[in-house]
Design a protein around this ligand. Sequence first.
Ligand SMILES: Cc1cc2nc3c(=O)[nH]c(=O)nc-3n(C[C@H](O)[C@H](O)[C@H](O)COP(=O)(O)OP(=O)(O)OC[C@H]3O[C@@H](n4cnc5c(N)ncnc54)[C@H](O)[C@@H]3O)c2cc1C
Length: 417
Amino acid sequence: MRYSGLRLLREGLTGNRGWTRAWRDPAPKADYDVVIIGGGGHGLSTAYYLAKNHGITNVAVLEKGHLGGGSIGRNTTIVRANYFLPGNSEFYSHSLKLWEGLEGELNYNVMHSQRGHMILFHSDGQRDAMARRGNAMLAQGDDAVLMSREEVRAMLPYLDYEQARFPIFGGLFHPRGGTARHDAVAWGYARGADRRGVDLIQNCEVTGIDIEGGVVRGVQTTRGAIRARKVAMIVAGRSSQVAAMAGMRLPIESHILQAFVTEGLKPVIDHVVSFGMGHFYISQSDKGGLVFGGDLDFHASYAARGNLPMMEHVMEAGMTLMPMIGRARVLRAWGGVMDMSPDGSPIIDRTHVDGLYLNCGWNYGGFKAVPASGFALAHLMATGQPHETAAGFRLDRFRTGRGLMDEEGTGAQHSLH
Ligand SMILES: Cc1cc2nc3c(=O)[nH]c(=O)nc-3n(C[C@H](O)[C@H](O)[C@H](O)COP(=O)(O)OP(=O)(O)OC[C@H]3O[C@@H](n4cnc5c(N)ncnc54)[C@H](O)[C@@H]3O)c2cc1C
């Protein structure tokens, strides 16, 4: 079924009885060309681009819970391309370009809103760093505007400019940055992959990976054994557990990151705003809730829930930057499991097992990466060559020390602050 305004009108007037299922619910087959472990954003986009770009449709996505139940449906939805280092810069630039055509391509409203993303700076040193980053963004072909304190004040009048503990010196504005609706992205890719013949199999946990003579043969699941010529592990916060099934020990730590949403308010925050002196960022959802988050809980865990000390820390950072936020009531908070890599950059690579691939290490930033990540891994799996935008995301950089991409030191052991 094609979605359109006309269809919406017709269904609205006829009791909404004509909608069909967004995707099938097939039983797993015994054999596939490709099995993808993990039905998060990256697993679904990989399946979609395998089918769309490479015509590989005998594919199953195996998800232990429901599609969109992992971090893809738990993040704070920021989409941006303001990375500094070569390797990251072109990858996220590519991702943003894919985002910009995504709704039309998927025929799905992912509510991509390019409302602009502002990173504040609070010292001369930070201004220099932001100027360099802005230049790198412009050199990459993206957009960046270095703003003075007065220009920021005109745009974000609700920040504290008078008595702030960390005075605002200015900001780096990225007009094409913004937000999208997180679970709609999973659903859009799921529907697109399903329409091209991919089997999306929910409630199907992978419990083992079959390897013979160094070659992957398939997987063991809670719904039986499934043979496959190629298998991709795309399980974000569970990467270490799943890779251990193939005898691998990954340089990944799983940490908790929390998100917070207030009661619905009239429009007050028109952009995405990041504090430069603490880990705090905020936007306002279309329903009016202020959506914000901060730092990791800083203990490794697989529990998708957070703790009070970090909640207090994030609220303090918010109050420091915009005291008016103290009037809003927080209605909801949740945690998600993050796959933190040592240099804060991801891994899209083959493994030592023939036919077995790995996609992980997305740290805080894997939502914005969903389109380019699936695009790049599908390219690697189909052609045997890394895609030019993701060639640096090699697993062996953590063993050899060559090609580390320490963007902000935002791996498991931060050096940002
Ligand atoms: C609070 C929070 C805020 C964030 N904010 C942002 C942001 O603003 N911008 C941004 O770019 N990124 C953000 N992120 C990061 C982003 O959400 C993640 O990096 C990204 O979603 C991870 O990739 P994924 O979508 O594939 O993961 P997931 O959705 O977690 O997908 C992995 C899937 O694998 C499944 N799985 C695990 N083990 C197995 C198994 N054995 N068998 C079968 N299936 C299995 C899981 O059930 C899960 O559904 C945030 C994350 C959190 C938690």
